[in-house]
Ligand binder design. Structure first.
Ligand code: NAP
Ligand code: GLV
Length: 319
């Protein structure tokens, strides 16, 4: 019987149908994430490895699993997996694109609004008993309606964010590897070079994958190009932004605020300097976290694993 190893605790309604055909071993805890060394030890003879975005699946791990046929990642991003190593071994890798696009765009927009209007800071003030009177300039923020939005990475989620921005009468600039001519015409987006986007946007939203090319894409030089009144929103991956440079830019007031759903190290350490700044709105990587979407993502993984183990070609193959 083929063996599936799952590195997180998943809802039984998703896993049960697989149990009828395969041996399924699933991590037992929601509180304690599975460690790399434990995956290596406990997944040793598995045929399918079901991972989450924070599991490091490197060459060493891949080469230590001799019976592996498929790695199915519960995310659209797959920067946690050594794709070349999987390819060399003939191992299929699948992800969950599309189904999470609109949900992640909703969250991106929520984070943009929260950052602009200082929503979490305002709530914290009330709970801390700091609301003493209505004050004309208290907790004043940035206008979103009618502002300029710059999207770096105009893919599925980027486009879904841009469509939402139209309802706020925002001017939408974008920078991407390839031009999206059809969408430019349909939605009135404007393609610009990265430098122009950084100089002209009120909100810079990052939505590229983390790749060797995008790692550190936003550093000191890029942050210095942004307006002093602007905000940086990162819902893509922590490694795309140089966090020390971002901290410096926020402290030196060379940009006004940041909204972050992702960090270089996750969970973000409690003593991280960015957490000390009131003009940083933080979320624990919840872009796709609606009940419907997370269950739909898991269903995609489950079907891909079943297909691969039963010799059908799964959808959403990365390799
Ligand atoms: P996608 O459709 O592949 O879009 C990514 C876009 O980035 C593509 O248009 C791509 O351009 C562009 N791009 C790639 N490298 C670039 C570069 N060096 N410079 C400029 N643009 C570049 O992916 P998606 O579904 O929108 O997801 C995007 C990313 O969001 C994922 O990879 C993931 O890391 C992140 N994400 C985060 C959450 C969360 O919970 N926070 C949830 C979902 C996704 P081309 O079209 O030319 O390749
Ligand atoms: C989440 O970050 C994803 O890549 O799906």
């Amino acid at each position: 019987m083929y063996k599936i190893f799952i590195t997180r605790k998943l809802p039984e309604e998703i896993v049960q149908p697989l149990r009828e055909k395969f041996e399924v071993i699933m991590w037992h805890s929601d509180e304690i994430p599975m460690k790399y060394e434990d995956i290596k030890k406990e997944a040793k003879d598995c045929n399918a490895l079901w991972t989450v975005l924070s599991d490091k699946v490197d060459r060493e791990l891949i080469e230590s699993l001799p019976n592996l046929r498929i790695i199915s990642n519960l995310a659209v991003g797959y920067n946690n997996i050594d794709i070349e190593a999987a390819k060399e071994k003939g191992i299929i890798v699948t992800n969950t694109p599309g189904v999470l696009t609109e949900t992640t765009a909703d969250l991106t927009f929520a984070l943009l609004l929260a950052t602009a209007r200082r929503i979490t800071e305002a709530e914290q003030d009330i709970r801390a008993g700091k609301w003493k009177s209505w004050t004309p300039m208290q907790l004043t923020g940035m206008d979103v309606y009618g502002s300029t939005l710059g999207i770096i990475g105009m893919g599925r989620i980027g486009e879904a964010v841009a469509r939402r921005a139209k309802g706020f009468d925002m001017k939408v600039l974008y920078h991407n590897r390839t031009r999206k001519l059809e969408s430019e015409q349909q939605y009135n987006f404007t393609y610009v070079e990265l430098e122009t986007l950084l100089k002209e946007s009120d909100f810079v939203v990052i939505l590229t994958p983390l790749t060797p090319e995008t790692r550190g894409l936003i550093g000191k030089k890029e942050l210095e190009m942004m307006k002093e009144t602007s905000a940086l929103i990162n819902v893509a991956r922590g490694g795309i932004v140089d966090e020390q440079a971002l901290y410096d830019a926020l402290v030196n007031k060379s940009i006004w605020a940041a909204g972050l759903d992702v960090f270089e190290t996750e969970p973000v350490p409690l003593d991280h300097p960015l957490l000390t700044l009131p003009n940083v709105t933080v979320l624990p990587h919840i872009g796709s976290a609606s009940i419907y979407t997370r269950l739909a993502m898991m269903q995609i993984n489950a079907t891909a694993i079943e297909d691969a183990l039963e010799e059908r070609v799964p959808e959403n193959r990365v390799v």
